[in-house]
Every structure is written in C-alpha cells, then in structure tokens.
Design a protein around this ligand. Structure first.
Ligand code: ZN
Length: 154
C-alpha cells in the first residue's frame, strides 16, 4: 500500500539503516518507532469505509501520517449518518491518542546522508480539512435545536 501523502523518497527506502535497536519505522526504517495505527474514515451517503495505516512509525512519519489521516477524515469522514454521529468522531479521537504515543518519542536519528522523513503541512494548512466546518455547523444547529426543544422555547 502506498500512502498518498508519504514523501516519494520514503516509499523507495528499501532497507533500514544498520544498528537501529528496537522497533523501526515501517515507512523510513529509522528508530525509535512506536507500534501505533492511524485511521481514515470516509462516509459515502449510504455507506462508509475505514482504512488503517499500521505502524510501527517513527516520530516524523507518525506526525506525517497523523496529519494526512486527520485531514482526510475531516474532509471525507462526515458524509453518512453513522459517520456524522459516530465514526468520524471515533476516528479523529483514535488518531489523537495514537499521535500522543508518537509525540512521546524523541526524534529519530538519521545517519549522515540518510534522507529525513517529511511531515507535510500541518492540518490547519490543508484546505480540505476545513470541509469539516459544514458538519460541525450542522451539529451545533442540531444541539441548539435539541436544547430549545428540551427547554420548551419557541
Ligand atoms: Zn519513519
């Protein structure tokens, strides 16, 4: 599987650098790496899909995969009923938990000449992530309507 926002250089790294103890990142081959899994959820009106991006991942690749996964879920994760009310939220929360594991690791140390993994732009610089504003406004209006209904306001 190739991940769309994985830097091309990371996809052609065939072997990890030597003498890396413990887990190594499955994308770049550097250590340390954590056994994390990021997820993408997409809703398609009457259907939905899940995608897993399993580790182990180093800090840089973990941040890159987190950013890409969150941006994809924010853009495409809302567009079915169950997605809007459950799966998109669970996916975003699960990715935040995985990101915490990744951020607890020190940056990987690449040997001289070894290409460093790129993290890509942060989520707030990915325009597709702002599509989430539409379902969030819908949510806010629904909650306001429910509160109005409960309180008996007209
Ligand atoms: Zn890596």
């Amino acid at each position: 599987m190739t991940f769309p926002n994985t830097p091309p250089s990371a996809q052609v790294w065939l072997s990890p650098p030597p003498h890396q103890p413990g887990l190594i990142c499955r994308l770049c081959g550097l250590a340390p790496a954590a056994p994390v899994t990021f997820r993408i959820h997409r809703g398609y009106l009457v259907a939905f899909s899940f995608q897993k991006i399993p580790g182990p991942l180093c800090r840089s690749c973990g941040i890159a995969v987190f950013r890409a996964s969150q941006a994809q879920t924010l853009a495409r994760g809302w567009w079915s009923g169950l997605s809007l009310f459950l799966f998109a939220w669970l996916t975003l929360a699960a990715n935040l938990v995985a990101r915490r594991k990744v951020l607890r690791m020190p940056p990987s140390s690449a040997p001289p000449g070894y290409p460093r993994p790129e993290q890509g732009p942060p989520i707030h610089r990915r325009p597709a992530a702002y599509i989430a504003v539409v379902p969030l406004l819908f949510w806010i209006l629904m909650v306001m309507g429910a509160v109005q209904e409960l309180l008996g306001w007209d």
